[in-house]
Design a protein around this ligand. Sequence first.
Ligand code: ZN
Length: 158
Amino acid sequence: MKKLIAFISICSILFSCKGQENHNNDTKSYAINKTEAEWKSELSDFEYYVLRQAGTERAFTGEYNKHYKKGIYECKGCSIPLYSSEHKFDSGTGWPSFYKAIEKNVDTSVDYKLGYARKELLCGNCGSHLGHVFGDGPQPTGKRHCINSVSLQFKPTE
Ligand SMILES: [Zn+2]
């Protein structure tokens, strides 16, 4: 009987490990790797919806849409610098827009949520969803990084 119990517990350990592996297969690993419970306790419900479930805030509602102070926009999830006020422009779309990111700190992935491919932007350090990049931005890059205000926190420069 003892052997049987030991066998069952080994099986359940094996299965639970396997379950986790499957779950992580389609998730890229990042330097900051928190559990869903940790993210939920650190973020508001709306922040969690945008950052961790790739939600989108309504146009013209975000704190940084018409925000042009000098400084750095950091990731709300992990505080790494993502965008500079130097590269921000008014796209008229209702979301904060930048023609470039702080190099290497922003990661891209492809998302098919609307039925066609869009290039998703994620924090390169914690994998939080930021927004999308489009090819109709101003020079010198021609890119428009369309970012949710709620994914960012602003740090003014002196
Ligand atoms: Zn981050």
